[in-house]
Design a protein around this ligand. Sequence first.
Ligand code: ADP
Ligand code: ADP
Length: 228
Amino acid sequence: MIEMKDVYMTYQNGVVALNGISVTINQGEFVYIVGHSGAGKSTFTKLMFREELPMKGTIVVNNKDVTQLKWKDVPYFRRNIGVVYQDFRLLPRLTVYENIAFALEVIEESPKNIRKRVMTVLDQVGLKNKARFIPDELSGGEQQRVAIARAIVNRPSLLIADEPTGNLDPDTSWEIMHILEEINASGTTVVMATHSKEIVNTVRKRVIAMEDGMIVRDEHRGEYGYEI
Ligand code: ADP
Ligand code: ADP
């Protein structure tokens, strides 16, 4: 569960990114975050995995107050959260397999378990036959599937996707969306910031709309609500 109360966040340059956010997201929900560029969507998601700290307010994720986490406890806390970005962010010199295994090697899993987990998630995203490829040899959609596999390999309870289809054509975007839905169906909370009106208005889920660092709309089975 994610619970934010009266959260304010200002960047060092003085830009107010979040201006009083209070929201609860329950375990297992699928939530779209919509709103124009600069509305605060990315900042909102960054606070959930302690990528940024708020100036004011409380943020409880999986029963931990993120704002009170000690630095040494941040990596452990983040193991339970997967993050996917618009630009994939794969390590270019590593194979698909290695990109995913890396996330497990840093937590000292046994080689046997690593192999099993990596092949399981590759199967889940339909890329078992591309394990030995490097990112450059894959299409954008395939690279995003690798990024998703990497994000879920630790079985996180929360998956954050910041414009996961922003660099993809419509057909490929739908493939990615269906993978995110399957991950959600297995119990993982999914928080997806998106500009895809088509996806939001077709696959109806909770919609949180942001403007000027505030939540201006929060609807169960909501609509995109903006022209683009
Ligand atoms: P969105 O994801 O909706 O586009 P962001 O959360 O990225 O919105 O940005 C909210 C506001 O904070 C914008 O005005 C943006 O320019 C500003 N901002 C975002 N990241 C930074 C940063 N690292 N430093 C300074 N300002 C930032
Ligand atoms: P940079 O210097 O741009 O951060 P890195 O080589 O450190 O480049 O990482 C490239 C990308 O790979 C990062 O943007 C990050 O998202 C991802 N990455 C790095 N380390 C890990 C990791 N342990 N687990 C998952 N993803 C990682």
